[in-house]
Ligand binder design. Structure first.
Ligand SMILES: [Fe+2]
Ligand SMILES: [Fe+2]
Ligand SMILES: [Fe+2]
Length: 417
């Protein structure tokens, strides 16, 4: 048995493809961007190409690709994303580096990336004065170079005119040799970025082909359930930091879902997976602009339609991860309603997996019990009355709503702890 926080895990493992998970994390991060949705992927592809040019082995080049994909894992607001895209350097830049490091450093399968992420916006002339291991400094600086090259090229990718601007981008990178970037990396970048192919592989269709190749070329890992849980928490924290009003929501839904599942006599292994699905259920909210997610008052019908894209988007992000198939389906269905009026698939009661019906009740309980800026959280008896009413209207599963009444006090303290 392993214990993390208050959660106890059996020592079974699940076969997960880590590269699929990295691609999914990158996909989630891309959703934070509004105009530019492939920054991490382009940085990863360029970093791997520069690594190859430098004579690094295949394993290190793959690592650089993965690192590029996740280097901005600490960014979770479109405001920070747009400053990173539009300004070469700015005083607040370090915060997302430290947050990214913090997210990955105690997750063993990806912890090797953490120190390079921490320094990926530190100039080379400053980095050399710090006591950072050489391998970390090199990885971090190569990511910085590719990151800034991408910031320069991004507007031209958007207008499909990048080939007309190769020389100015390369000249701008060269201008920072020895200050921002290690001179040898500038040399490698200039050598491999001469060709049209280097730039054309960064266009969206070519990126999809590149990713398909990388997905084939998997990174197999036998994750313990504790590690699966940690991975889910990394995804969940990206979502929660995006909106202060949903902070801790994913964690609360996860805890209540697990309590409900246990109370309903579901096998322990499945209870853990349900908890993980709870952590991930709102992942697709990364696609929803901050102004809508953080809006204090009620939403307009059009804003509601935008919010309603999120559960489908959750499915899109998770369904390609080998090892997460069930979790993806359950999370995708957390807004389906037994009477068929839910979204996004409009499933009828018997078609909705029990696990998704549990998530739906947990989601409602958490949202009702939580304090919001415009109203105080509901008390246990008010939440219970509301659930009974919803089950009578065919909007939540009757059995799950009934089970919820049996764990109400525990669920309320899980939300408020
Ligand atoms: Fe960054
Ligand atoms: Fe970046
Ligand atoms: Fe949701």
């Amino acid at each position: 048995m392993a214990v993390i926080g208050t959660t106890v895990f059996a020592m079974q493992t699940t076969h997960v493809d880590l590269r699929h998970a990295i691609c999914a994390l990158s996909e989630a991060l891309d959703l934070v961007g509004i105009d530019d949705v492939a920054h991490g992927k382009r940085v990863g592809i360029m970093a791997a190409a520069c690594g190859k040019q430098a004579g690094y082995g295949a394993q290190e080049c793959d690592f650089l690709f993965d690192l590029g994909m996740l280097h901005d894992i600490g960014v979770s607001s479109s405001h920070v994303r747009s400053r990173l895209e539009n300004e070469f350097d700015w005083p607040g830049v370090q915060a997302h580096c430290e947050k990214g490091e913090h997210l990955l450093h105690d997750f063993p399968p990806l912890a090797e990336m953490a120190p390079a992420i921490r320094y990926h916006h530190t100039r080379w002339d400053v980095l050399r004065t710090l006591s950072v291991p050489d391998a970390v400094a090199r990885r971090a600086n190569l990511i910085l170079l590719c990151d800034r090259a991408d910031a320069l090229a991004a507007p031209y990718h958007a207008s499909n005119t990048v080939l007309q601007h190769i020389n100015e981008i390369r000249a701008e990178v060269a201008r920072h040799a020895g200050t921002y970037f290690a001179p040898e990396f500038v040399t490698h970048f200039l050598a491999c970025s001469q060709t049209e192919a280097f730039w054309l592989q960064l266009e969206s269709r070519a990126i999809q082909a590149y990713l398909a190749d990388m997905r084939e070329h998997g990174l197999h890992y036998h994750a313990s359930h504790a590690e699966l849980h940690q991975l889910a928490r990394i995804f969940a924290r990206i979502v929660d930091t995006k909106s202060p009003y949903t902070a801790a929501h994913s964690q609360g839904v996860a805890s209540i879902s697990r309590l409900l599942a246990e109370h309903m006599g579901i096998a322990p292994e499945r209870c853990i997976k349900i908890e993980i699905a709870g952590l991930l259920h709102d992942l697709g909210k990364l696609r929803v602009p901050d102004e809508i997610l953080d809006k204090p008052g009620s939403l307009t019908p059009n804003e509601r339609l935008v919010i309603q894209t999120h559960s489908f988007e959750t499915w899109q992000i998770l369904r390609h991860i080998r090892g997460f198939e069930d979790i993806a389906r359950w999370a995708a269905c957390h807004h389906e309603e037994p009477d068929g009026t839910g979204y996004p698939f409009h499933l009828k009661a018997s078609e909705i997996p029990l696990e998704a019906r549990i998530l739906r009740v947990a989601d409602i309980m958490e949202a009702m019990a939580q304090d919001r800026p415009y109203r105080a959280g509901l008390k246990a008896d008010e939440v219970a009355r509301f659930l009974i009413q919803l089950s009578q209207e065919g909007r939540v599963d009757k059995d799950v709503a009934h089970a919820a009444l049996g764990i109400m006090d525990e669920a309320m303290s899980a939300v408020r702890s």
